[in-house]
Design a binder for this molecule. Structure first.
Ligand SMILES: [Zn+2]
Ligand SMILES: [Zn+2]
Length: 209
């Protein structure tokens, strides 16, 4: 697992990150801590109006950086399985699809997840974990893994929420799912910070069973 790449970073383009989490500060901070690659993945909705400014600022600040810098979005998986992101930005940019609402119904949830996995514009499934009330069978978890592999999506190991759960990672690993790391940083100090999920990383690398 490449700890020099952080694939999930927010910025001041949302209203709940630290005020010093500017695009420029994120890049400077990541360079100083020796990261190689970062992805800006701001929370987006279909109605978002700040996107051109956000993308322009990333492009401008990336010019003199030694980092590999990806511009993208984190979008909500809606109850019908669609992704809450404007269509025109999707294929050109990195897209994480995540659950941000409680469905309260396991069948609907699995169905929406599978539709999101099948969406050709989605690159990554973010901080994936079942809702606390869901009892998921090994068969159900494997069937999700199968869908992920078939559609060549990446599953993020998320250090903010410490997800996915260990048994999901074990199943995913067995089924051949690919993983990468995301801090889900809403403040500078969280960027590239993965020490708290060493057990998940070990499971994804297959060094523990
Ligand atoms: Zn999220
Ligand atoms: Zn996030």
């Amino acid at each position: 697992m490449d700890k020099s790449a952080d694939h999930h970073i927010h910025s001041t383009y949302n209203d709940h990150s630290d005020s010093d989490l500017t695009i420029k500060n994120v890049i400077d901070f990541a360079e100083n801590m020796g990261l190689r690659k970062i992805a800006f993945t701001e929370h987006v909705r279909r109605t978002a109006e700040w996107i051109p400014k956000y993308l322009g600022e990333i492009q401008m600040c990336s010019r003199n950086s030694s980092l590999e810098i990806i511009s993208g979005f984190e979008a909500k998986i809606l109850s019908n399985g669609s992704i809450d992101c404007p269509q025109e930005y999707r294929s050109e940019h990195f897209l994480i699809a995540s659950f941000h609402t409680i469905f309260g119904n396991k069948e609907y949830w699995i169905n929406a997840l599978k539709l999101a996995i099948q969406d050709p514009t989605v690159d990554v499934i973010g901080h994936l974990a079942p809702e606390p009330d869901f009892k998921m069978s090994a068969f159900e978890i494997d069937s999700i893994a199968e869908e992920i592999v078939r559609n060549q999506k990446v599953v993020e190991l998320n250090s903010k929420y410490r997800r996915p759960p260990l048994d999901w990672i074990a199943s995913f690993k067995r089924m051949g799912v690919k993983f990468h790391l995301g801090s889900d940083a809403h403040k500078l100090e969280s960027i590239g910070c993965f020490e708290n999920i060493n057990h998940l990383i070990a499971a994804a690398e297959g060094s523990i069973k």
